[in-house]
Design a protein around this ligand. Sequence first.
Ligand code: NDP
Ligand code: 2IT
Length: 449
Amino acid sequence: MTEIISLIKNKDPEQREFHQAVEEVVESVKPVLERNPEYRRQAVLERITEPERVIMFRVPWLDDDAQVHVNRGFRVEMNSAIGPYKGGLRFHPSVNLGIIKFLAFEQVFKNSLTTLAMGGGKGGSDFNPKGKSDGEVMRFCQSFMAELSRHIGPNTDVPAGDIGVGAREIGFLFGMYKKLRNEFTGVLTGKSLDWGGSLIRPEATGYGTVYFAAEMLATREETLEGKTCLVSGSGNVAQYLTEKVIDLGGKVVTLSDSSGYVFDEEGIDRDKLTYVQQLKNIRRGRIAEYVENYPNAVYTPIDPERDYNPLWAHKADCAFPCATQNEINAKDGENLVNNGVSLISEGANMPSVPAAVDLFIDHGLLYAPGKAANAGGVAVSGLEMAQNSMRLSWPREEVDSRLKEIMKCIHNTCVDASESYGAKGNYVAGANIAGFVKVVNAMLDQGLV
Ligand code: NDP
Ligand code: 2IT
């Protein structure tokens, strides 16, 4: 099985994040392949690690001074064995093919766990929306969609948001798709409520990550009530995750962005969260401003000289990384373990480096990998697609209760899969095995495609 790792490394030596994501899955599914020699004969690992299709394209756009800029656009259509490609778009200067491939690969297993019929894909661009005017963002989105529209469709590939892509960008992208194709269809999820969006979609990733945490705590007859929580990020996922933690009686003491983090020992309550939402979603400001309004809180800027993130070194019960991949390094992992954190539920995709993951598992923490814990976002995207097909919309309570049910089901699926392969309590093994088996069986049913 080490051959597959050498193979993908030799093919694409620079795609580090993709190698990391594949290595984790391959390690987890070793016992599955040993039990099912047919999987080896059918070269399932070789097939599942090769995208069905990769689209890379030029995105030219004009800034407000009529200067021409050129960015690179991506869509990786990874696997369609169980449904149309589904997954978000990320606009961030760090985006490259390796990052989009890792995200698309993770998405395949995540979507498989949701119980809904969705294959896996991911896309995006190295465009940096920070500091751009609405007009610049709109022109970029229009140019991006001018090409992407040729490759997507409500039964083919259905993108959504991710880092740097929220309601504003989805609106601009949808408008251009509709203009080019002359059809009003559920080709994107995360749409606004008035034109085909689903209630609870904005909240779903954050809420779902907390519902998953509550399920894990329930196995130890605990709840979130009174628990101190560390949260990173301050975007879509972090905001609604904070709201749900508050709802369930927990206390969130940190939020961050790529410049630094705030520590508010008194806890971020509803009013403070509303302030953060205004700051981040409307004024598009920096989290540093939080302490101007709440002077008892402390802001610590990122120090590139430091080899750990002090956010993860506070005493707490639970940690919810909601920013980006590999934001928890080995030292951060040690700090979390040493400071009493007993639960980690990942809102972000692959936020913990492998050494940190090993540490969490070895110390018996309740540790939920992103592909299980944050699957609520794409699950409600699946519910948005269902509502769009029926041309109706479900009430808030209905979507929320379906989300809760799906998160419970993912939790139990992970527990069962880990137990049946002798890895009880290991949610990484459980998520990878359960996600993998369903997709691979579908691929085999459909012949050599
Ligand atoms: P947003 O763009 O709304 O927010 C991203 C947040 O993370 C911002 O606070 C941002 O800070 C911070 N961040 C981004 N990149 C970095 C970086 N390189 N270093 C430090 N901080 C960083 O994105 P989302 O909240 O939607 O996404 C957050 C995470 O959740 C991502 O990993 C995403 O893949 C994952 N996710 C999102 C889902 C969704 O439905 N939106 C679903 C499932 C997972 P700054 O503003 O300074 O860039
Ligand atoms: O990582 C993810 O699951 C997302 N960014 C959401 C994908 C989606 O299609 O809703």
